[in-house]
Design a protein. Sequence first.
Length: 622
Amino acid sequence: MLTSEPMPDAIRFGSFEVDIAARQLRKRGVPVHLRDKSFLLLLLLLDRPGAVVTREDLRTRLWPSDVFVDFDNNLNAAMAALRQALGESADRPRFVETLPRLGYRFIAPVETVHLDGESDEARPARLVVLPLLNLAGDPAQEYFSDAMTEDLTTELAALTAGRLGVIARTTAMRYKKSRKAVAQIGQELRVQYLVEGGVRLEGDRVAITVQLIRVGDQTHIFAQRYETGLGDLFAVRNRIAEALSAALGLPDAPGAAPGRLSAPRRKKPTDDVAAYREYMHGRHEEEAGTPDGMAKAMEHFQSAIARDPNFALAHAALADLWSSLGFFGYVRPIEAFSTGIWHAVEAARLDDGLAEAHAALADFHKQLEYDWPAARREMARALELNPASPTVRVRHAVTVLLPEERLEEAIAEIELALDLDPLSAGTRAWLGIMRLYARNYDGAIEEAQRLLDLEPASCWAQFIIGIAYRQKYADLPDGGRERPEFARRAIGALETAANLAPGSDFFLGWLGHALGVCGREEEARGALERLYALRQAGKYVLPTNFAWTYFGLGDIDATFEWLDRAVDERDQMIIPILSYAHLDPLRGDARFAALLGKMKLDRRQAADGAGKKAFVGNRGVP
């Protein structure tokens, strides 16, 4: 029988919290709609985590014996709704395991919270540094105030690691020039404290004002104005972070001498102020995410390194930039990665404590060499240095977990990243993409809709929606009632993605594949012609664009030819090869195993999905 012990005030698991009194499920503070029976089902499972809750137990508690219902169908419907709310599937559970014909078991770690207990107190408080205002009034100085916001956020997070949750700068910048009240921001980000202020740069002098506000009663518990020359900017930044930490009354850092607030100081980035300003300019230009913005950012980063060859942050920034250029195919990937890895090595050599440099180096081991042990080693170092970094968490998911098809772990890592960076469009996009790979298509569409709430013109949201509906179409048999609607949605979304993408050809192959799969062969061939025309005009086109389109048209030999080129040229669209649902029909082909061998991936997984049938163009491929 189920236990009748009193339930706690709240129960936490993963990124979810169940508020017992309010009868509400929340994910990272945001309410998740759940019908009454599904919510009660969740409570009953949480009442005995790790134990089997039988179907008979659930019948007794959810549907008393004097109430006639179709129990099996109702329980299955309640469980399906619960899984949808939790973003999981029955065949790949993260929270609820199904024991056929017996019952269910809650398998994730659970934390119970009592109002008079210590659990809430044990959780670190959370703080956000809101975008510092540009008090100079000169739009040309905007880069400086933005850079100071990022710098103070990074320094404060490093100083208070494990004792304070600092919201990432990506999310904080969403509130730039916002008129939202302190209470509203606090509620949206689930923070107890806000830092706001401004920066004025005049010549070689900087004035910085900061205020620390407690959200609960909107009390200003710290306010100070600092003036310094650019040469002392880093020392003043450290003083501000230490003053804020002291005002918060944080405990001493683990291992620190009594009364010492700080963890070991981060290395001073550079002694050359002009180099640092070039670096800040580069970060500002990079925000655009366009080829033009990347080109301008590269000029600034290169100028910074020319002034100070030992500037680790500038080397790390260039490494990331070259990685992006290769990922999107703006530069032939193998060439971009060959240049970028040198900067990643330099960044890690110059500052071994820079977690992001080690994460970038792990990425290059994956991208350039398919050296999975080296990638795991460098990523382990990055996680050791800064486990709270959203950047490191996402890279761990994409660089190490995804290629090994450890998709549920990858999803968990990205959700951890979103905890401190909830409004990051890039991180939200990766969560949607991971749900695609995990074949949770409805969950992927939901994430895409959340991404559209953040960025209505997001090409990635449209890509996720398009791929989800393309696969839902392919998974239905001929004559399936919903196939025409799925085809319309898939093609419409992928056409929108292709039009919105900064590089106009990046999603063209995915569109070509969907057109072929959905029976629009002539249009698919038109997409293929466009790809060849771009290539003949001298533009680099990622090989997977050709592979996907040929596969949609049913030309398997050409598909393998271009997939082989993708492996050789380090096209990063080939990395999830073990997880792509549309490649299931090819897994039994010896050429597929050969691709895995070249990528140094486990050949045994090549047989996974062999014998399945999927629709490719107008015919099934065994």
